[in-house]
Structures are given as structure tokens and as C-alpha cells.
Design a protein around this ligand. Structure first.
Ligand SMILES: CC(C)(COP(=O)(O)OP(=O)(O)OC[C@H]1O[C@@H](n2cnc3c(N)ncnc32)[C@H](O)[C@@H]1OP(=O)(O)O)[C@@H](O)C(=O)NCCC(=O)NCCS
Length: 163
């Protein structure tokens, strides 16, 4: 039997996170986290002028990131991939994009916090070259009575990252 030709997947592209995307972003956020950001958190980030992008395939939202630029550093506040499309290199693609953007803005370091229990994300950051540089005690809410530590990670941005 001949194989049925499959339609090619639309190419991936990154675009600015505009107001029009915020409902879809907030919906995906709820699927991806036990303690999601609210829609208002994303609105505030966009209004504050943070560098925020959506990762699109055709008109479908596959992921997004939010980055805050400091003087000589950039702070990654959120990076999320659609649970149905994880493990396909999409986070790495966004890390390449945001690291390149940060380097072109003159940042020398990328910083982030990650829950100690988020083994998958920690492993991803380590594989990308981030190093653990500290711990913020009780940084994240965990339950009504408990909080969870954050691991602080950083990555030096070489000139190569700007390519
Ligand atoms: C963490 C997250 C962003 C990773 O996204 P992703 O697109 O699946 O990651 P990638 O496919 O780009 O893989 C990057 C690395 O993650 C790790 N990884 C990917 N899939 C994995 C899996 N199924 N199991 C364990 N590790 C995995 C690998 O180390 C991989 O590196 P490699 O390609 O060199 O092997 C995604 O799981 C996610 O959105 N999680 C929920 C939100 C979250 O925790 N965000 C981070 C907050 S700090």
C-alpha cells in the first residue's frame, strides 16, 4: 500500500507577544504550570516593555518567552512550550533567539530562577550551558502553607551568541 502523503508542517517563527496573543498565552500557561502566571502578569510584562515573543507554527501558538533587559544582563522571566510539543527542541530554539537578542543589546549575562523540583527545565538549562550560581530560599509558592526554593542560574553571553 502506498503511503498517504502528509501535508508539511508550517515553518516555525517567532513574533512579538502582542495583546492579541495574550488569551492564547494565558491558556497555554495554565496547561503548563501548577502555579501559572495570570493574564495580567503577561499584560504587565508587555506594557513594561519587556522583550516577549511567541513561537508560532502557522497560526498555532507553540510557546513563548518573556525577558527583562537590565544594564549588562538579561533576566529570563518565563519560557514555556506547549505540553503537546515538548521534547522537540522548541525551547532550545527560543533560548537561541533570546540569547542572541540579549547579546545584541549588549548583555553579558543571562540570569534565571527555576524551581528546585523542575528537573526537566534545570537539565535543559544545564545542557544549554547555564551554571547554578545560588539558591533563593522560599522563592516560589508551593501550597497554602509551603514555599519552594529557586535555583539561580546564569550563562555568560559570548560574541558568538549574537550571531
Ligand atoms: C522546560 C521546557 C521549556 C523545555 O521545553 P522543550 O521544548 O521540551 O525542550 P527542548 O525539546 O528544547 O529540549 C531541551 C532540553 O530539555 C531536555 N529535555 C527535552 N525533552 C525532555 C524529556 N522528555 N525528558 C527530559 N528532558 C528533556 C533535554 O535536556 C533537552 O536537551 P537536548 O536537546 O540537548 O537533549 C518545557 O518542558 C516546558 O515548557 N515546561 C513547562 C514550563 C517550564 O517549566 N518552564 C521553565 C520554567 S523555569
Amino acid at each position: 500500500m502506498n503511503a498517504v502523503p502528509q501535508p508539511e508542517a508550517a515553518p516555525l517563527r517567532l513574533a512579538p507577544m502582542t495583546e492579541a496573543w495574550l488569551d492564547a498565552v494565558a491558556a497555554l500557561e495554565k496547561q503548563a504550570y501548577t502555579h501559572p502566571w495570570s493574564r495580567g502578569n503577561f499584560t504587565d510584562s508587555v506594557v513594561a516593555g519587556y522583550h516577549a515573543c511567541v513561537l508560532l507554527q502557522g497560526q498555532a501558538l507553540r510557546g513563548y518567552y518573556v525577558l527583562m533587559k537590565g544594564l549588562d544582563e538579561a533576566h529570563l522571566l518565563n519560557i514555556t512550550v506547549d505540553p503537546g510539543h515538548q521534547g522537540q527542541g522548541l525551547a532550545r530554539l527560543m533560548l537561541d533567539d533570546l540569547a542572541g537578542w540579549s547579546a545584541r543589546q549588549g548583555a553579558q549575562w543571562l540570569w534565571l530562577e527555576v524551581r528546585t523540583s523542575n528537573a526537566r527545565a534545570r537539565r535543559m538549562y544545564e545542557r544549554y550551558g547555564f551554571k547554578e550560581v545560588g539558591v533563593r530560599r522560599n522563592y516560589y509558592p508551593l501550597s497554602a502553607f509551603k514555599r519552594e526554593d529557586a535555583v539561580v542560574m546564569s550563562l555568560p553571553l559570548s560574541a558568538g551568541a549574537a550571531a
